[in-house]
Design a protein around this ligand. Structure first.
Ligand code: SF4
Length: 350
């Protein structure tokens, strides 16, 4: 199935002559009406991925194809026309910085329509009311307020109303719930789910909050230092991670783990870091307890079951090592794991 959004080999680098790579060969596909989560720790490249997808950052190589058309090569007038069309929209991470403090809620939400220039004043006003109502805000009560005069949860929803007012086919929401309390977080997550079911909108949710994504995403991509290390249906990835980094993330978020997976203690990095750099070999090598010599060659994402991909040379062997190490008898522990953790058989027996 060809997706609404197809990203292939996307590479972005900053600094002089691209000295600082931020994304490296990212592959991502998003279908119509699908919610795809992108997770990873701070600095993994999540926001750069969003910005490169909507054309705010120029990739060094790779392709972004949206609705059958390559948009990553657009420049100048063609790029501005595509962004103005509002068919793909981006809800920025920080509503306070993204909203002009001197524009009322109504005018802030109307701005993308004015840029697109497709509606007259009456049509635009009706569309703004519709967008505000969709996100659960009362246009009559809040429309004339400034962003500083509404609550944090309401501001987040104003930002979403602004992002959907052009009726985009794809919405990219960057950390939409990170600054919200539990009740506003649930409200925004339900809203994203409704946009998908009622409006067939595809949504990419960028988040470091696994439990939020577990409830709404269909699939998830795990980003580590600019590379997608694992991808697949959210339920399977969270309950049975196939990459050691995903296992580490889920071990720190027990609310999303459906099985008794490896705990954080089993995923401590080996005492001896590898001699090669992360740019040469596996990007996770310096934190991975299962690293071996062949990890000096960077693993490509490989299919590992229905709709799942993982970039690790040792799938599923590393999980067997963890399971064996958890066995009570020291004699059953695999020597290679004990070597990786610097543990002696005598110590293991204590
Ligand atoms: S390829 Fe090697 S270093 Fe990388 S995650 Fe897999 S086992 Fe660890």
């Amino acid at each position: 199935m060809s997706g609404l959004l197809e990203i292939s080999g996307l590479t972005v680098a900053f600094g002089r002559r691209g000295a600082r790579p931020v994304l490296d060969g990212v592959e991502l596909s998003v279908g119509e009406g699908e919610i795809v989560g992108v997770i990873g720790e701070t600095g993994s490249g999540k926001t750069t991925l969003a910005r490169a997808t909507v054309g705010l950052v120029a990739p060094r190589s790779g392709r972004v194809v949206f609705d059958g058309r390559e948009v990553s090569g657009l420049r100048g007038r063609a790029l501005r026309a595509f962004r103005r069309s509002g068919r793909m929209s981006y809800a920025f991470q920080d509503p306070l910085r993204a909203l002009d403090p001197e524009l009322t809620v109504r005018r802030a939400v109307a701005e993308p329509l004015a840029v697109a220039g497709q509606l007259d004043d009456a049509g635009s006003a009706a569309r703004v009311d519709e967008a505000l109502t969709t996100v659960g805000l009362d246009p009559a009560r809040l429309g004339d307020r400034l962003p500083g005069a509404v609550s944090g949860g309401q501001r987040q929803r104003v930002l979403l109303a602004r992002a959907i007012v052009t009726r985009p086919r794809l919405l990219i929401a960057d950390e939409p719930v990170s600054a919200l309390d539990a009740s506003n977080r649930n409200r925004v997550l339900r809203l994203l789910d409704r946009l998908r079911t009622e409006h067939r909108m595809a949504v990419v949710v960028i988040s470091h909050d696994l439990s939020s994504l577990a409830g709404i995403a269909d699939r998830v991509a795990v980003l580590y230092r600019g590379r997608v290390v694992e991808q697949g249906p959210v339920r399977e990835v969270f309950s049975h991670p196939l990459h050691p980094y995903t296992a580490l993330l889920t071990a720190s978020a027990p609310s999303v783990r459906a099985e008794k997976g490896p705990g954080a203690a089993a995923l401590r990095p080996s005492a001896e870091p590898p001699a090669w750099t992360a740019r040469e070999g596996c990007v996770f090598g310096h934190r991975c307890p299962f690293v071996i010599d062949s990890c000096r060659t960077a693993p490509a994402p490989a299919p590992v079951g229905q709709g799942r991909f993982a970039a690790c040379h040792r799938v599923p062997r590393w999980r067997e090592l963890v399971a064996q190490a958890a066995a009570p008898a020291a004699a059953q522990r695999p020597p290679e794991l004990m070597a990786a953790t610097g543990e002696t058989r005598e110590e293991a027996g204590r």
